[in-house]
Design a protein around this ligand. Structure first.
Ligand code: UT7
Length: 329
């Protein structure tokens, strides 16, 4: 049975930056409140000419360039997103075409902030099965398109960005995919959602007027669930693989709130030096956070070949995902 390894990573954020002081001019908030309660200083926002497939495409090109392969070598493209360019065709189809990935199939995967972890799990299974050699997993979200910039409880949190990892077949037993522990819990649907625009509540003048095409969130409920579940799945996944928290080279969590990450890492007993936090510069880019944080972990010298890395996320749904990998390059 082949192993699945992560062999390349590419990321992209749009150039425009929205700072906390910019937000002070839009809603009643303060730089100090945002920093203290979330850890965020700034986030990147896509210009009107860009959509999620553009962010995804740039990240995909960077990953392929790093690996030095052509798009035609890809077997599949998974785009994890809750902000597709449109409901159909899928963003995976748009990216496949733009990239010229003639031999690839693919699909969009909706798991909100756990999207990238679910995508990595899926790609690993496709590769381990022997049916796929190269699967590109892209996490891309243009959250600014579904954020209500009159709602101070949500607009301070989110940003736009994308990242892509190439998952490919390998014979090397010393690196690659180890295990996953993913869950969904639909009882959490009420606490974080975008109510309109689907078959339940199609777009109408009323839904637009009632601001139903934006993210609605009960922040405290999501916060408490995230801390509990990120801890529980991490603990259980590590335990069943015989890995102590101190054996982790890096814990790379979804970046929703610095306090959620710190509380989780603290309960788990992971050394703060090994916990990747870059929410300050990007905010919550939904499916983009984990590749963006991995890129910064590599740049900071926190990931070397053979190191054990834990990816963990909680998102709307609720969705919960944890993956263990040995880093491969
Ligand atoms: O990836 C999953 C996506 N979402 C999340 O993970 C979000 C998880 N939740 C959170 O990160 C936090 O709950 C928030 C950052 C959203 C809110 O922080 P909090 O510490 O839970 O604040 P809170 O909701 O308890 O509100 C405390 C106070 C309230 O005022 P009163 O009622 O005490 O007078 C809010 O109205 O802070 C107020 N507030 C703000 N003040 C200044 C809420 N948002 C703001 C703001 N600026 N932006």
């Amino acid at each position: 049975m082949p192993k699945a390894k992560i062999s390349a990573l590419g990321c992209y954020v749009p150039p425009q930056v929205l700072t906390n002081s910019d937000l002070e001019k839009l809603v009643q908030t303060s730089n100090q409140w945002i920093l203290e309660r979330t850890g965020i200083s700034e986030r990147h926002i896509a210009g009107p000419e860009m959509a999620t497939s553009d962010l995804a495409l740039n990240a995909a090109k960077a990953a392929l360039a790093q690996r030095g392969i052509e798009a035609s070598e890809l077997d599949a493209i998974l785009v994890c997103t809750v902000t597709p360019d449109m409901l159909f065709p899928s963003t995976a189809c748009l990216v496949q075409h733009q990239l010229g990935a003639k031999g690839a199939w693919g699909f969009d995967l909706i798991a909100a902030c756990s999207g990238f972890v679910f995508g990595l799990t899926t790609a690993a299974q496709l590769v381990i099965s022997g049916s796929h050699k190269k699967v590109l997993v892209i996490g891309a979200d243009t959250m600014s398109r579904i954020i209500d910039y009159t709602d101070r409880t949500t607009c301070i949190l989110f940003g736009d960005g994308a990242g892509a990892m190439l998952v490919e077949a390998s014979e090397d037993d010393s690196a690659g995919f180890m295990d996953f522990l993913n869950e969904i819990d639909g009882s959490g649907g009420a606490y974080l959602n975008m109510p309109a625009g689907g078959s339940r509540m199609p777009a109408s003048i009323e839904t637009v007027g009632q601001r139903m095409h934006y993210v609605h969130q009960d922040g405290q409920q999501v916060f408490k669930y995230a801390v509990r579940k990120m801890y529980e799945v991490s603990r259980d996944l590590l335990a069943r693989n015989g890995i102590a928290p101190r054996d982790l080279a890096a814990m790379i969590p979804h970046q929703a709130n610095r306090r959620i990450i710190q509380a989780t890492a603290d309960r788990l007993g992971v050394d703060p030096d090994r916990v990747m936090i870059n929410i300050g510069r990007y905010g919550n880019t939904t499916a983009g956070t984990i590749p963006l944080a991995t890129q910064d972990a590599i740049a900071a010298g926190k990931l070397k070949k053979g190191d054990v890395v834990l990816f963990v996320a909680v998102g709307a749904g609720y969705t919960v995902g944890a993956n263990l990998w040995r880093w491969a390059y």
